[in-house]
Design a protein around this ligand. Structure first.
Ligand SMILES: [Zn+2]
Length: 104
């Protein structure tokens, strides 16, 4: 679970879950109100999770499973992925280099 790098307090599963739906990559700590950013590792894990969630598309394109199965599998994997994602989220005080450049 995410631990704030400023106040060192752990965020609850629900706090991380709520913050994961914001468009802005910066999230505010519910304890000390400092801005926190997902780590590069967290972003890579999110990308890997998206690949897994949409992997049934490949099986559908190859005609291995039906369109209805693809649709159901993506919804089920998406729900599991969204519920699971707060467990691996790590945050840091520093935005990634790319985001720093955008702020200039
Ligand atoms: Zn904090």
């Amino acid at each position: 679970m995410a631990t704030c790098q400023s106040c060192k307090k752990d965020w609850s599963w629900f706090q991380v879950f709520k913050k994961s739906f914001t468009v802005n990559p910066a999230v505010t700590c519910p304890h000390c109100l400092q801005r926190q950013y997902p780590t590069r590792k967290t972003i890579k894990r999110n990308q890997f999770l998206l690949c897994i969630i949409f992997s049934p598309f490949l099986l559908g394109i190859l005609n291995i499973i039906s369109a209805a199965t693809v649709f159901t599998a993506i919804i089920v994997l998406g729900i599991i992925g969204i519920l699971f994602s707060p467990f691996y989220m790590e945050i840091t005080n520093e935005p990634l280099l790319k985001e720093k450049d955008l702020l200039k």
